[in-house]
Write a protein that binds this ligand. Structure first.
Ligand SMILES: Cc1ncc(COP(=O)(O)O)c(C=O)c1O
Length: 433
C-alpha cells in the first residue's frame, strides 16, 4: 500500500484538519490581552458617545461640544494643493517615516518666524501622524518598567496612558497654578526615588485651559537640568489664542533643546485634524529616539498631505489668526451665556475649550458624568465630563468651541431649559451653597 495521500480516498483513520475530535482550542476561544491593555481603564467617554450616537440615529439635533474636533475647513488653497498632489502619480509610494525634507524645513521656518527659535530641520524636527501618535511613541522610546513621568492633572488622556502603555508610572500634579505646579515638580524630584525620568507639560492646557508666561519654561529648564528630567511639551494649542495672548514655546527658553522636545500639530489652528499632521522638535537625541521607533512602525504620511501641509504652513498664517478670532467670538458667547445661567466660568485665554465648574445644586447631587448625561439626554447638548480627565476633573465640564455662535446660543438656551425643568431632589442645597 502506498504512503502517498489520495484525496479521493483519504485514510479514514487520520483525523481531518480542524475536526472537532482533534481541536485543542478550549471553547469558547479566549482572547488574552497583554497586561498593558489590562492597565487601561474603561473608556470614560463611551457612555456619552453611545448616547450621542443613538440620538443622532434617531434624528435628534444634538449640539456637540464634546470633542475638540474643528468643524471649519482648511484654506481652499490647501485643499486644492492636496487634490493636485494626489493627482500626481509620483506621490503614491511609501513616504519617509520622519517626513519629507521640505515639510520639516517649513516647520523650522515657522519656529524661527514666530518664536525666534533656530532648529536644524534634519536632526531636530520629525513629522508625526498627528502629534498624539508622536507623543505616544516618544513615551515608548523613553520609558520602560520602573520609569516615572510627571504629568499635568487633570490630564489629556494620552498624557497618562501613553506612559502607562510604555510600562511607566505617573505622578499627576495639579496644573491650575503654574508656580505651584513647578514647586510640586521640585518637591517630587527631591522626595522620590528613583527621581522621575520625564516631565510632561501642556500649555495652553487641555482640558483646563490653564496658560503660562515664558518664565515658566525658564524654570522648567532649570529643574530639568537639576534633576535630570527629560521634558516633553505638548503644544497642541500653540495657534489658538485670544485677547493678544501669545502662548510661549518651550523651545524659546534658553537651554530647552538640551533637555526636551515640543510637539505641535496642524489639527487645531489649521483645521486639519483629520489629516493627521504633527511635529516633534527640539533635542536631537530625543528626536532620533522617536525616529527609531517610528521607523519600525510606520512609513510616514501620504506625500500629498505633506505637500499640502507645506502650503498651509507657508501661506495661511492669516487664516490661523482669523480662526483664533472665530474661537474668541465663540468663547465670549458661551462664557457670557453660561454666566447668565449663574455658572461660575472664567474665559480661557487660549485653546478650544471652556472649563466650567458644574453649578450647585447639581455639583453636590450627582457625578459629573451623570450631569453630562443629563445635559445630553434632556437638553440635547453633548459635553465632556471632567472626570474623563482623571479624578481632578470631577466637578467640571469641558465644552469645546467647535460649534458656531448661533448654535452655542442655542446650546445655552437648551442647557438652561433642561436644568430649570428638573427640580433638585434636596431643596436645602440652594444655588451657590
Ligand atoms: C493637548 C492635546 N494634545 C494632543 C492632541 C492631539 O492632536 P493631534 O491631532 O495632533 O494628534 C490633542 C487633541 O485634542 C490635544 O488636545
Amino acid at each position: 500500500m502506498s504512503d502517498s495521500f489520495d484525496s479521493d480516498h483519504p485514510n479514514i483513520d487520520a483525523p481531518a484538519i480542524g475536526s472537532p475530535t482533534t481541536d485543542p482550542v478550549p471553547h469558547p476561544f479566549e482572547v488574552k490581552f497583554a497586561s498593558r491593555v489590562d492597565r487601561l481603564p474603561p473608556y470614560m467617554f463611551g457612555r456619552i458617545n453611545n448616547s450621542l450616537y443613538q440620538k443622532r440615529c434617531a434624528g435628534d439635533d444634538v449640539i456637540d461640544l464634546g470633542m475638540g474636533n474643528p468643524s471649519d475647513p482648511p484654506d481652499p488653497s490647501v485643499i486644492q494643493k492636496l487634490a493636485d498632489a494626489a493627482a500626481d502619480e509620483g506621490n503614491h509610494g511609501y513616504s519617509k517615516s520622519n517626513g519629507i525634507r521640505n515639510l520639516r524645513r517649513e516647520v523650522a521656518k515657522k519656529y524661527q518666524r514666530k518664536y525666534g527659535v533656530e532648529l536644524d530641520s534634519e536632526s531636530e524636527i520629525i513629522s508625526c501622524l498627528g502629534s498624539k501618535e508622536g507623543f505616544s511613541h516618544m513615551c515608548l522610546a523613553l520609558m520602560g518598567p520602573g520609569d516615572t513621568a510627571i504629568i499635568p492633572s487633570p490630564y489629556f488622556p494620552v498624557h497618562m496612558y501613553g506612559v502607562i502603555l510604555a510600562s511607566g508610572n505617573v505622578v499627576a500634579l495639579d496644573v491650575a497654578d503654574p508656580d505651584k505646579f513647578l514647586s510640586n515638580v521640585a518637591y517630587t524630584c527631591e522626595n522620590m526615588t528613583p527621581v522621575p525620568k520625564i516631565l510632561i507639560v501642556n500649555y495652553p492646557h487641555n482640558p483646563s485651559s490653564a496658560v503660562i508666561e515664558p518664565d515658566f519654561f525658564v524654570e522648567v529648564v532649570r529643574l530639568a537640568k537639576k534633576y535630570g528630567l527629560m521634558v516633553i511639551h505638548d503644544f497642541a494649542y500653540a495657534d489658538v489664542a485670544f485677547d493678544g495672548y501669545l502662548p510661549p514655546s518651550f523651545l524659546s527658553a534658553p537651554g530647552a533643546k538640551d533637555v526636551g522636545v515640543e510637539f505641535t500639530t496642524m489639527s487645531k489652528g489649521y483645521n486639519m485634524a483629520g489629516w493627521r499632521v504633527g511635529f516633534c522638535a527640539g533635542n536631537a537625541e530625543m528626536v532620533r529616539g522617536l525616529g527609531t521607533i517610528k521607523g519600525y512602525y510606520d512609513y510616514g504620511m501620504f506625500a500629498a498631505i505633506q505637500i499640502a501641509a507645506i502650503v498651509a504652513l507657508r501661506d495661511t498664517e492669516e487664516n490661523v489668526l482669523a480662526q483664533s478670532k472665530i474661537y474668541q467670538g465663540r468663547r465670549d458667547v458661551l462664557v457670557s451665556g453660561l454666566r447668565r445661567l449663574g455658572w461660575n466660568v472664567n474665559p480661557p485665554k487660549a485653546g478650544m475649550f471652556v472649563w466650567a465648574e458644574v453649578p450647585e445644586p447639581w455639583k453636590s447631587q450627582m457625578s459629573t458624568m451623570d450631569f453630562a448625561m443629563k445635559l445630553l439626554e434632556e437638553g440635547n447638548v453633548a459635553v465632556s465630563p471632567g472626570s474623563g480627565f482623571g479624578a481632578a476633573g470631577e466637578g467640571y465640564l469641558r465644552m469645546s468651541l467647535v460649534e458656531n455662535e448661533h448654535r452655542l446660543r442655542q446650546a445655552v438656551r437648551q442647557i438652561g431649559k433642561c436644568l430649570a425643568s428638573s427640580k433638585p431632589s434636596n431643596p436645602e442645597l440652594a444655588v451657590g451653597s
